[in-house]
Design a protein around this ligand. Structure first.
Ligand SMILES: [Fe+2]
Ligand SMILES: [Fe+2]
Length: 337
């Protein structure tokens, strides 16, 4: 890891990002993918060093590595689309990098998890799951180090209607509810709940896209394909040998309702697990705030209020907390972190 310099003026670290040797080594060696700057101690300023795409000699590469090791190598934060792409491929770098802002890490994690999820939905086999698992563990480790970081993810719910966005929104809302209402929660449960919440709709990946995107009423035979999706998801995970309790609860119970009006098992009251109740709220909330083919998007505050009123179907302990968070504007500082 590169040294963190205390002499870097605040206005520089606000606009520039000091890159670590790990991140430098993830760039193409001879042609930097973005402009590089060096910090000059004597004048306490940054100077352009190499331009994006410039061909570097071996000597220049050595110089670069030396500057980086000394904590003197910077890139512009406005170039974050470029360095984020590199970090996404090696997500564990976010755990060792002290110069990334919380919001930047959240964006990078969302990108990485989104890609791995999309791969797994397309190809639900063990090696693809393993890649998703690895990045999920980086994400939960990052949260574990400071539980308030989940708020950065709550600020970045993506309301464009896709299965990946919906799954990630459900993950963030569900995990926030879990961690917020149970401060003594064990790490193992965070890991398992994260996987369960994220894959609650795995069975939906098997439903043809044209059915899910239809704006006209579904035909009977098309409608029949939706209710079995909890079971289909659970079956896939069972086949892969990954059917642990939290996975089953999130997948099988997210459409169950307290009054027994849900599906597939029509469970009611106490028979629905805690994670199942939370998954139901997170899933419904995630659906309500996105613009679906058959319904307009609600704003988060309205959606939370709507769920909180529906005490027959949703556990009021959690819906009240979600609503209070939006009333208190807990996730309302865009651009901050
Ligand atoms: Fe579902
Ligand atoms: Fe869902």
């Amino acid at each position: 890891m590169s040294a963190v310099k205390s002499t870097i003026p605040d206005n520089i670290s606000e606009e520039y990002y000091q890159i670590s040797t790990e991140i430098l080594s993830s760039f193409p060696k001879y042609r930097p993918p973005l402009d590089l700057f060096r910090f000059r101690d004597d004048i306490a300023q940054l100077q352009p060093l190499f331009r994006k795409g410039e061909r570097l000699s071996n000597e220049q590469i050595e110089k670069l590595q030396e500057l980086c090791a000394g904590g003197d190598l910077f890139v512009a934060r406005s170039d974050r689309a470029v360095y984020s792409k590199h970090i996404v491929k090696q997500l564990d770098l976010v755990l060792v990098d002290e110069n990334l802002k919380t919001g930047e890490v959240a964006e990078i994690c969302i990108m990485a998890l989104g890609q791995k999820l999309s791969d797994f939905f397309e190809q639900p086999v063990k090696p693809v799951f393993d890649a998703l698992y690895r990045d999920t563990m980086v994400f939960t480790e990052y949260l574990w180090q400071d539980k308030h970081r989940i708020k950065s993810f709550m600020r970045r719910l993506n309301t464009e209607h896709t299965l990946v966005n919906h799954s990630l929104n459900t993950l963030f809302v569900g995990l926030w509810l879990l961690m917020d209402t149970d401060p003594t929660m064990k790490r193992r449960l965070v890991d398992r709940a994260a996987l369960g919440l994220m894959l609650h709709d795995l069975g939906m990946a098997k439903i043809p896209a044209f059915i899910l995107s239809k704006t006209t009423p579904l035909k009977m035979e098309e409608k029949d394909k939706i209710p079995p999706h909890p079971l289909m998801g659970a079956k896939i995970m069972h086949k892969l040998g990954l059917a642990f309790d939290e996975m089953r609860q999130a997948q099988m119970e997210h459409h169950e309702r307290l009054d027994g009006s849900g599906y597939p098992q029509k469970l009611s009251g106490e028979r629905i697990s805690k994670l199942g109740r939370i998954a139901a709220i997170a899933d419904s909330f995630a659906a309500m705030i996105s613009k679906r083919p058959y319904a307009a998007a609600m704003d988060a505050m309205t959606a939370a209020a709507h769920l909180a009123r529906n005490t027959k179907k949703y556990d009021a302990k959690y819906t009240a907390r979600l609503q209070a968070a939006y009333v208190q504007k807990l996730f309302d500082t865009p651009g901050k972190a």
